[in-house]
Design a protein around this ligand. Structure first.
Ligand code: ZN
Length: 336
């Protein structure tokens, strides 16, 4: 039944021949039960991923990012049912879970890496914040002269608190994020170390050594590039690329925008720094790339796959649940 879902998704009505379908993944694995309500889009299961890749191998034309870029650049034909597989951020399961599946079906993929996650100089604040919210009875947060306090006695309160703080921190500089998270986590003990979710340099080297894998840039600090100072934006993109090139000894020519955010200045900066193309995100899987620095991708998660599939298929895909069906393990997760 899962295969049926994947076929429906991939062969989705209206997908025109010659329009490359670029798929975006992050983690491949199980959602963390406790964090899932706050991170419903975080991962697709190994089962779903294998089914997608099997379908791609059997009924689509998988392209590497270099092949796609070259075809777009030269005006050569994009094959019918062309598909490009990509991952963002640099999660360890891209090596341990995804790569063996890609190898089984000989499907190429690009991994866009945020180098600060790899060298552990940038904390994954979204996971830290989620753990903090789950482990706290109340949180107080100050922003732009205002302070708010949340009593975290319900799933709704936890989601609201998380969403509000996440929204502020997402668009901040790395320095502001770090300072804010240090203040919030001051005195809090025994939270999980989410940095282990990401590849180490050794693992990234192993991943990059696969002939199926292309490594692309995804900044050093995972900033919202059109929200920060222009100099900081350019420096962060270049720092990530330089680190990848020096540690992996590969040319890094492809880029994806963190959170999919960009504007004209960001695009020009990425181009001027020597990247050949850049990927954004778009829910419209039938949109043609408008240029090499605005190649649309569709996010594939259990959540979005289900939305694309539509509610009538719900009974067919037991492994896939819409967000609303993910319940908190306990009505009061703050007792831990
Ligand atoms: Zn990212």
């Amino acid at each position: 039944m899962l295969i049926r879902f994947v076929k429906n998704f991939l062969s989705g009505s209206g997908h025109r021949s010659g329009t490359p379908l670029c798929l975006m993944f992050h983690r491949i694995g199980e959602l963390d039960d406790q964090l899932a309500p706050l991170h419903p889009l975080d991962a697709v299961t190994e089962e779903t991923f294998r089914s997608v890749i099997r379908e791609v191998a059997e009924n689509w034309c998988p392209l590497s990012i270099s092949d796609l870029t070259e075809r777009l650049r030269s005006g050569r034909t994009i094959p019918k049912r062309a598909v490009v597989i990509t991952f963002d951020d640099g999660f360890a399961d891209n090596l341990t879970v995804a790569l063996p599946i890609l190898e089984d079906f000989c499907v190429p993929a690009t991994v866009y890496v945020t180098t600060g996650f790899i060298d552990r100089s940038i904390d994954p604040f979204q996971y830290d914040l989620a753990s903090l919210v789950c482990a706290s009875t109340e949180i107080e947060f100050g922003w732009a002269g205002q302070r708010r306090r949340w009593h975290l006695n319900s799933a709704v309160a936890r989601t609201e608190c998380y969403t509000e703080i996440y929204r502020h921190l997402k668009s901040s500089t790395a320095t502001v994020r770090t300072a804010a998270m240090s203040g919030l986590m001051n005195g809090v003990r025994n939270l999980p170390d989410h940095r282990v979710r990401y590849l180490t340099w050794e693992q990234l080297q192993e991943l990059a050594a696969s002939p199926l894998i292309t490594i692309g840039g995804h900044t050093h600090s995972h900033l919202v590039l059109d929200a920060v100072n222009r100099d900081e934006m350019a420096a962060d993109i270049e720092r990530g690329r330089q680190l990848l090139q020096s540690r992996l000894r590969v040319a890094v020519r492809h880029f994806s925008y963190p959170y999919g955010h960009h504007d004209r200045t960001v695009r020009r900066t990425v181009s001027n720094l020597g990247f050949q193309c850049a990927m954004e995100t778009d829910r419209n899987r039938n949109r043609q790339p408008s240029d090499l620095f605005q190649i649309p991708r569709v996010s594939v998660t259990n959540e979005t796959a289900f939305t694309i599939l539509g509610p009538t298929e719900e009974a067919c895909v037991g492994a896939l649940r819409p967000t609303s069906s993910i319940k908190w393990e306990s009505t009061d997760a703050t007792d831990r």
